[in-house]
Write a protein that binds this ligand. Structure first.
Ligand SMILES: Cc1cc2nc3c(=O)[nH]c(=O)nc-3n(C[C@H](O)[C@H](O)[C@H](O)COP(=O)(O)O)c2cc1C
Length: 216
């Protein structure tokens, strides 16, 4: 499938077949795609929790009541639920770790390049901290990973349901995320659609190109 076929054929899955599990090779491919998601100044300000067990999916599903109850069955019946987390902070430990990884990956041909990269990254982190936009900036990066993983799932023949209809703080609490310096931003249920997935049969709907693009 080429990229246009993926974009026009993938659909949000509204009902999963609870009997079907993703094979390890698909999960490995998704992990690779997530790991290689680009981020501003290569900050990689995220962490991904893959809920695979019945117990963990049930813990998450139990937080989805009230206005979010419509998403609970997706979490319960999906093969896996990806909890896309933001780092609560971009502290020295994280920034030093990213820099050390870049060095180990041979990114710096001269010492000045390492200094420049470190200074540039710290400049942007400092700017967003000062402007009180650090959390929003980090979330933007997590959403790049969301878009990336949704397209990848489509290419791999995996059905996915991104979910913002969640109580992120309740999920933080049941998974103990704050204790790990993390917070939940968005979920993605992953697996294969069931016969009752009405969205699988509906045509996709998007505004026309004329409404979206301006050529100057
Ligand atoms: C950030 C984001 C949050 C979403 N949240 C939910 C959700 O909580 N529950 C749900 O059933 N669908 C959710 N969706 C799915 C959208 O409704 C869906 O992507 C949109 O209608 C376009 O349809 P398509 O994905 O089938 O092309 C979400 C999608 C995105 C990108």
């Amino acid at each position: 499938m080429n990229i246009v076929e993926v974009a026009t054929s993938r659909r949000t899955c509204k009902a999963f077949d609870a009997s079907r599990k993703l094979p390890e090779e698909s999960l490995a491919a998704l992990r690779t795609v997530l790991r290689f998601t680009p981020s501003s100044v290569n900050s990689q300000p995220w962490h991904f929790v893959m809920a695979a067990s019945h117990a963990t999916k049930e813990k998450i599903a139990a937080t989805l009541d009230g206005a979010y109850a419509y998403n609970a069955s997706k979490v319960r019946n999906a093969s896996h639920v990806l909890v896309m987390c933001a780092r609560a902070d971009l502290d020295d430990v994280h920034l030093d770790r990213v820099l050390a990884q870049e060095e180990a990956d041979d990114r710096f041909q001269v010492p000045e390049a390492k200094t420049m990269q470190n200074n540039t990254r710290r400049y942007y982190v400092g700017l967003h901290r000062q402007n009180q936009t650090l959390d929003v900036w980090i979330e933007h990066q997590v959403y790049i990973a969301l878009g990336t993983v949704l397209q990848a799932a489509g290419a791999l023949g995996i059905d996915a349901c991104p979910m913002e209809g969640i109580d992120a703080q309740a999920i933080d609490a049941v998974l103990g995320l704050p204790e790990q310096g993390l917070r939940c931003v968005v979920l993605v249920a992953l697996g294969y659609h069931g016969a009752d997935d009405i969205n699988a049969k509906l045509p996709k709907s998007r505004l026309p190109e004329t409404a979206l693009f301006t050529e100057l």
